[in-house]
Design a protein around this ligand. Structure first.
Ligand SMILES: Cc1cc2nc3c(=O)[nH]c(=O)nc-3n(C[C@H](O)[C@H](O)[C@H](O)COP(=O)(O)OP(=O)(O)OC[C@H]3O[C@@H](n4cnc5c(N)ncnc54)[C@H](O)[C@@H]3O)c2cc1C
Length: 202
């Protein structure tokens, strides 16, 4: 049994892009704007980025995510979480699944704002299997900040750019000893103050 519904605009993905789109469209009076996201909480990737550096004010990721959600909801967009879009049923119709069941939603416009994922090992053409304990930064942050999982006791961070330093902070917060940050470049690529802070504190 698939429930069928019609909305004016459907935005798929409640990350910063989807929420900003929804806020703008809802404010411009295009009618009912609905945003769906497969996660239980809206906000996208910034939800698990506890470091600062988001938006012009350099907010933390969760602060920024909250602000994006408030902007969309404040302008009248309807937010539905725990809803995954699984397929196109027609050019302006998508199928969804959620704990509340299956739906088919038709809209006058569908906006895909499903984000860009970090490139996985296979796409980087790194051969072999991926052993347990090898994470992308996004996976690491989700495991530690969203799910409170234990990720190990000693780590090496591959890379020395700003997100590598964020990974370092996440590992430290999870009680992991960081043996090294390694890079093929002659020096790190983060701001001087950021690297100095990491050296002094860690
Ligand atoms: C580790 C890391 C650190 C970062 N640090 C910074 C930083 O310090 N400063 C900064 O400005 N940027 C940073 N970024 C980049 C920033 O997070 C992204 O630019 C931003 O999140 C992109 O927003 P988005 O809305 O396009 O995508 P996302 O934030 O990825 O949102 C996409 C949403 O779509 C949902 N979705 C996907 N597929 C479906 C589907 N089929 N059905 C329903 N929902 C779906 C997802 O659940 C997600 O909530 C960082 C990114 C990473 C990975």
């Amino acid at each position: 049994m698939r429930r069928e519904r019609i909305v004016d605009v459907l935005v798929v993905g409640a990350g910063p892009a989807g929420l900003a789109t929804a806020a703008g469209l809802a404010a411009s009076g295009v009618g009912e704007v609905e945003v769906v996201d497969r996660e239980r909480q809206a906000g996208g990737v910034p939800r698990h980025c506890l470091h600062g550096g988001f938006g012009r004010l350099g907010m933390t990721g969760p602060q920024y995510a909250e602000r994006c959600v408030a902007a969309a909801v404040g302008r009248g967009a309807v937010l539905r979480t725990g809803v995954s879009v699984t397929a196109w049923a027609a050019p302006l119709t998508v199928d969804t699944t959620s704990p509340r069941g299956l739906e088919r939603i038709t809209a006058r416009a569908v906006v895909l704002a499903t984000g860009a994922r970090e490139r996985p090992r296979a796409a980087r053409l790194v051969p072999g299997t991926r052993p347990a304990g090898v994470f992308t930064t996004g996976e690491l942050q989700q495991a530690v900040h969203l799910h409170g999982q234990r990720v190990g006791s000693r780590a090496v961070v591959v890379g020395a750019e700003p997100v590598s330093f964020a990974a370092l902070d996440t590992l430290r917060r999870a009680g992991v000893t960081v043996a090294a940050l390694v890079t093929e470049h002659p020096r790190h690529q983060a701001a001087r103050a950021r690297a100095l802070d990491a050296r002094l504190r860690h």
